[in-house]
Design a binder for this molecule. Structure first.
Ligand code: PLP
Length: 395
C-alpha cells in the first residue's frame, strides 16, 4: 500500500471521537506554571485550586485503616453500602429537617460520577440542558461528551447570579429545554440562591416539564444564610452532593445523589454496568466522616476568617469589585479596570507576585476575561500574605 494512504488509514483508525473533543480545565495550566516557579525555589500562595488544605476527618481515616487491617475490600452493591445510604438519609433529617427514604440515595464516585449517571438516566442525546454561566465547566463538557446540548444562560450580579424562573422559561419558549442544572453555593461565584429564588426556579421548571438537577456539593459551606436543598422542595428534583468539599475528601472520590424514585433502578443498572460499585474503602471512610462534624466545623470557621481577610483586604489592595462571597470558598473578582484579558492578568500575578488564581475564562467563555477566581480554602496566614503581595504588586 502507498505510504501516504497507509498513514491516512492509521490516522483515521486512531482519530478521537468528536464528542471527546472537550476543552481542558485551564486551572490545571495555572497549577503547572505554579509548580515550575516552586521548582525554581519560589514560594507560591495557592488560590487557584478548589480544594480544602485540610485532610479527611480523623474518624474517616481511622475507619479506612481498620477496614484495610480487616482484610478484604470487596465490591459493594451498585447503589452503595446500605449503612452508608442510611447514614446519608439521616444527614438530611439532621441538617435540613427533611425525611428522605434511604432507598433514594445513590452513592457515587464523587459528584463527578453522579453527573454522568444523572445525565444518562435523565436525558437522550440531543436533549437541551440549561446551565448557568459563569459556572463549573465540566457541567457543559460532560453534557457535550454524552451527546446532549448544554444551553448556556448568563446570570448577573443583580440576581446574585441566580437563574430566575422567568429567564428559564424565556429560553424554553425559544427552543424547548429538557433539563436545567444549578448549583448553590456556586462555583466560581461563591453566590447562593435564597430559599425563595430556588423555590421559584423549581416551580417554573416543573410547570414547563423541565427536569431539575441541583448541585449541592458546597452545602455546609454557607456563610450568608443557610443553604436550601432541592430535596426538601420537590420529590422530582435530583440532588447531587459529595464528600469532597465540606468533608475535605477530594481524593477519596466519593459522593452521593438523592434521586427521584423512578430513576433509582435505571441508575442502579447504569452504575452496575459502568463501574460495578464505588470504591469500598472510600464508602467505609465516608460513613465515618459524619462523626467528624466538629472537626469540619472548625475548618469551616477557618474559611469564615479567610473570607473576612479577603473581603476586608482585597479592596485595600486594589481589587475593589467582587460578588457577594455567600458560600463555598471562592471569591470572584472583577479585574476589568486592570485588564481585558484575565488569563494574562492571572499569569502576570503568578509570575510577579507569586499568587496563583484562576482566570474566569474557564467558567465563562463570554465575560470570564474580566474576572479571576480566588479560592480561600487554605490558611489565614496564606490569605494575609496573598493580600499583602497583591497590594505590593498592584500598588
Ligand atoms: C460545583 C462543583 N461541582 C462538582 C465538582 C466535582 O467534585 P467531586 O467530583 O470531587 O465531587 C466540583 C469540583 O470542584 C465543583 O466545584
Amino acid at each position: 500500500m502507498h505510504e501516504a494512504t497507509l498513514r491516512d488509514r492509521v490516522a483515521e483508525l486512531l482519530a478521537p471521537s468528536e464528542r471527546s473533543n472537550v476543552p481542558p480545565f485551564m486551572v490545571m495550566d495555572v497549577m503547572s506554571a505554579a509548580e515550575r516557579i516552586e521548582a525554581a525555589g519560589g514560594h507560591v500562595i495557592h488560590m487557584e485550586v478548589g480544594q480544602p488544605a485540610a485532610p479527611a476527618p480523623r474518624a474517616a481515616i481511622a475507619a479506612a485503616r481498620a477496614a484495610l487491617d480487616f482484610g478484604r475490600i470487596d465490591y459493594t452493591s451498585a447503589l452503595g453500602i446500605p449503612s452508608l445510604r442510611e447514614r446519608i438519609a439521616r444527614h438530611y433529617l439532621d441538617t435540613y429537617g427533611c425525611a428522605v427514604d434511604p432507598g433514594r440515595i445513590v452513592v457515587t464516585t464523587g459528584s463527578s460520577g453522579g453527573f454522568i449517571l444523572a445525565f444518562l438516566a435523565m436525558f437522550e442525546p440531543g436533549d437541551r440542558v440549561a446551565v448557568t454561566v459563569p459556572g463549573y465547566p465540566p457541567y457543559r463538557h460532560i453534557l457535550t461528551a454524552l451527546g446532549c446540548e448544554p444551553v448556556l444562560i448568563e446570570t448577573s450580579g443583580e440576581t446574585r447570579h441566580a437563574l430566575t424562573g422567568d429567564t428559564l422559561l424565556a429560553v424554553h419558549r425559544k427552543s424547548p429545554l429538557k433539563g436545567v442544572l444549578v448549583g448553590s453555593p456556586a462555583n466560581p461565584t461563591g453566590t447562593m440562591m435564597s430559599r425563595e429564588a430556588l423555590t421559584h426556579l423549581m416551580e417554573a421548571a416543573q410547570s414547563a416539564g423541565i427536569r431539575f438537577i441541583s448541585d449541592e456539593i458546597y452545602h455546609g459551606l454557607d456563610y450568608a444564610f443557610p443553604a436550601v436543598t432541592a430535596v426538601e422542595l420537590s420529590q422530582h428534583a435530583l440532588a447531587i452532593n459529595s464528600f469532597s468539599k465540606y468533608f475535605c475528601m477530594t481524593g477519596w472520590r466519593i459522593g452521593w445523589m438523592v434521586v427521584p424514585e423512578p430513576l433509582v433502578r435505571p441508575i442502579e443498572r447504569l452504575q452496575q454496568n459502568l463501574a460495578i460499585s464505588v470504591p469500598t474503602l472510600s464508602q467505609i471512610a465516608a460513613e465515618a466522616a459524619f462523626d467528624g462534624r466538629e472537626e469540619m466545623e472548625a475548618i469551616k470557621r477557618g474559611y469564615v476568617e479567610n473570607r473576612r481577610i479577603l473581603i476586608e483586604g482585597l479592596p485595600k489592595a486594589g481589587l475593589t469589585r467582587f460578588l457577594p462571597a455567600d458560600g463555598a470558598f471562592y471569591l470572584y473578582a472583577d479585574v476589568s479596570h486592570f485588564t481585558a484579558d484575565s488569563f494574562e492578568f492571572a499569569k502576570r500575578m503568578l509570575e510577579q507576585a507569586h499568587v496563583a488564581a484562576t482566570p474566569g475564562v474557564d467558567f465563562d467563555p463570554v465575560h470570564g476575561r474580566n474576572f479571576i477566581r480566588f479560592s480561600y480554602a487554605r490558611s489565614a496566614d496564606d490569605m494575609r500574605e496573598a493580600v499583602a503581595r497583591i497590594a505590593r504588586w498592584l500598588g
